[in-house]
Design a protein around this ligand. Structure first.
Ligand SMILES: O=C(O)C(=O)C[C@]1(C(=O)O)C=C[C@@H](O)C=C1
Length: 89
C-alpha cells in the first residue's frame, strides 16, 4: 500500500489545517490580551496598596508551570508572556 498523496490532496489538507492554525492563533492572541488586562488589575491593586509591580515568587510558579508542560521553550514562552504583562524588568 502506497502512502503517497497527490499534490491536490496535500494542498487540501494543508489549507484546512492552516485555517485551523489561524483560528487557534486568533484565540491565543485574544487570550494573551485578556491575560494582560487581568495581570494589570493585579499589579495596580498591589501598587495601590504600597507594593511593587513585580512579584517574583509568583513568577517562579508560572515559569515552572510552563516548563513542566512545554519544557525549556515553555520557560521562554512564559518569560515573554510576563514581559507583555508587566513590562521589562
Ligand atoms: O500574580 C501577580 O501577582 C501578578 O502581578 C501577575 C503577574 C502575571 O502576569 O502573571 C505579573 C507580574 C508579577 O510579577 C507576577 C505575575
Amino acid at each position: 500500500m502506497s502512502s503517497s498523496v497527490s499534490a491536490t490532496e496535500a494542498a487540501k489538507v494543508i489549507g484546512t489545517a492552516r485555517e485551523r492554525i489561524d483560528a487557534l492563533d486568533g484565540q491565543i492572541l485574544d487570550l494573551v490580551r485578556e491575560r494582560m488586562a487581568v495581570s494589570a488589575t493585579v499589579q495596580e491593586a498591589r501598587i495601590a496598596a504600597g507594593g511593587r509591580r513585580v512579584h517574583l515568587s509568583r513568577e517562579m510558579e508560572i515559569l515552572d508551570r510552563y516548563r513542566q508542560r512545554l519544557g525549556k521553550p515553555g520557560t521562554t514562552l512564559a518569560m515573554t508572556l510576563l514581559e507583555l504583562c508587566r513590562g521589562r524588568v
